[in-house]
Design a protein around this ligand. Structure first.
Ligand code: FAD
Length: 429
């Protein structure tokens, strides 16, 4: 009999909780990755950077595994097909994986667990991608926190070194395997031009994070989002590093867990406003304006620079994400769900809980959002955070040319319109 380690959002072979358990079990371990047709078919862009990232990460793992005479067992199909196939081919004692907290993943795992159990196979899934999951940090009355500051306080109080101890993976315990990894072409995708850096905890960036993080031209954030998303870095390593070098950066990692527990405890946020009365806002939802926003053609340079950075690289600086999101919801009065879904298509570090939580925060309808009447002024934001226009000029080299669009809407007018429409919506309950 063998055990299986099923890789999903944990694409690394060091400090991997479920993998360490599998490798310490009584069985040799087959490492598995399933190119899930149900997910891949939903992706319209066949040059999706995330698929390329996953593929490269699997290749990196395989390079390491070669030393142990094994490789990832690669399957292309649905999850059900994969496990039917595997249970026919192997005598499996146990399947190990790390927990995934997205509603669709929870459902998938429940179904597979049932299927495996009917075959007499144990399904073990453990916490790995967060320090504290859904029910680990609760208020005194045992209900979830919906405000960040007290949540983060409790999170820090509860943390001790046991929570970020590394999980030791005994790599000599794999079963031999030589099936080649599917190529991108075989799964219907293309290679992209994106160069993916290996994850590093950069002391220089993290130590001075609070001083420089808000200036997009300095690019002084870690770019670890995609690595945390796909588990090519361990969150425990990040937390330990943050404790030693910068508590402000630690707060960002706590925001990540805050929104994960919000999604897990309030799955309705996937489609609905956390604050229900915001469902009554009369969004204008002008499609032409939305297309201009997507393409970075609003005539507001800081907004357009951000959208062009996103379209060209799959990344946007956090300060600018906040500005473009506010602009879409408030200046253009377009439903935050449209923006959320565009970001979901484009962001390399796209994560359902973080994206949804931050979009709702920007629209004012989320838990712990800024009050709706605080409307970012894109010109003031530029003065504060890109005074020399370095970021803007980088992404819009033709800023002073005649073909750069005039503003899509006048700021003061848009501000007053947003205040009126929001107020009417919220009072209309
Ligand atoms: P750093 O600034 O170095 O921060 C380290 C890590 O902390 C990040 O990689 C991320 O995992 C976490 N983090 C930081 N800020 C936040 C935050 N506000 N909420 C949750 N986690 C955070 N982040 C995503 O990971 N995925 C998303 O889909 C996403 N969508 C966003 C949408 C909008 C409208 C806004 C305003 C923000 C969004 N963010 C999202 C949060 C934030 O912008 C990114 O995490 C950050 O810019 C990624 O850059 P970095 O890796 O250099 O992060």
């Amino acid at each position: 009999k063998i055990a299986i380690h099923w890789f999903r959002r944990d694409l690394r072979i060091t400090d991997n909780h479920a993998l360490s358990l599998a490798l310490n079990s009584d069985y040799e371990v087959l490492p598995l990755f399933i190119f899930d047709k149900d997910i891949l078919n939903q992706l319209e862009d066949k040059s999706d950077r995330r698929v390329d990232f996953i593929h490269q990460s699997l290749q990196n793992i395989n390079q390491e595994l070669e030393k142990y005479n094994t490789s990832i067992y690669s399957f292309f199909g649905t999850i059900n097909e994969a496990f039917k196939h595997l249970t026919n081919q192997y005598q499996i004692a146990e399947v190990f994986c790390n927990e995934d907290y997205e509603p669709s993943a929870i459902k998938r795992d429940e179904e597979i667990k049932l299927f495996l159990e009917t075959q007499g196979i144990k399904f073990t899934s453990v916490k790995d991608q967060v320090i504290f999951a859904k029910n680990d940090i609760l208020k005194a009355d045992q209900t979830p926190y919906t405000v960040y500051t007290p949540y983060s306080k409790k999170w820090k109080e509860k943390l001790n070194a046991n929570y970020f101890q590394s999980f030791n993976c005994n790599l000599n315990h794999f079963t031999p395997n030589s099936t080649p990894l599917h190529s991108l072409q075989e799964i219907g995708f293309k290679k992209t031009d994106t160069h993916f850096e290996a994850p590093i905890l950069d002391k220089n960036i993290i130590s001075n994070y609070d001083e420089f993080r808000d200036y997009p031209s300095l690019n002084h954030t870690t770019h670890l989002g995609v690595h945390l998303r796909f588990g090519t870095i361990s969150v425990r390593k990040c937390v330990e590093f943050a404790l030693n070098h910068n508590q402000i950066w630690l707060n960002e990692l706590i925001w990540r867990e805050f929104f994960m527990q919000i999604l897990a405890n309030f799955p309705k946020v996937q489609t609905k406003c956390f604050k229900e009365k915001y469902e009554n806002i009369a969004w204008r939802n002008n499609e032409n304006e939305f297309i201009k926003w997507c393409n970075g053609e609003t005539g507001y340079p800081i907004v357009d620079a951000g959208m062009r950075q996103l379209n060209q690289t799959g990344f946007m600086h956090n300060r600018v994400r906040m500005i473009v999101a506010s602009f879409l919801c408030k200046h253009l009065l377009i439903d935050w769900r449209w923006g959320e879904s565009y970001f979901a298509q484009k962001l390399l570090d796209y994560d359902l809980s973080a994206n949804n939580g931050n979009w709702q925060w920007s629209a004012g309808c989320g838990c712990d959002s800024a009050p709706y009447f605080r409307i970012f002024n894109p010109y003031e934001q530029t003065k504060k955070f890109d005074k020399e226009l370095i970021y803007i000029n980088h992404w819009i080299p033709n800023l002073n040319d005649l073909d750069y669009p005039t503003p899509i809407v006048e700021h003061q007018f848009a501000r007053e319109r947003a205040l009126r429409i929001y107020k009417e919506g919220i009072n209309n309950t």
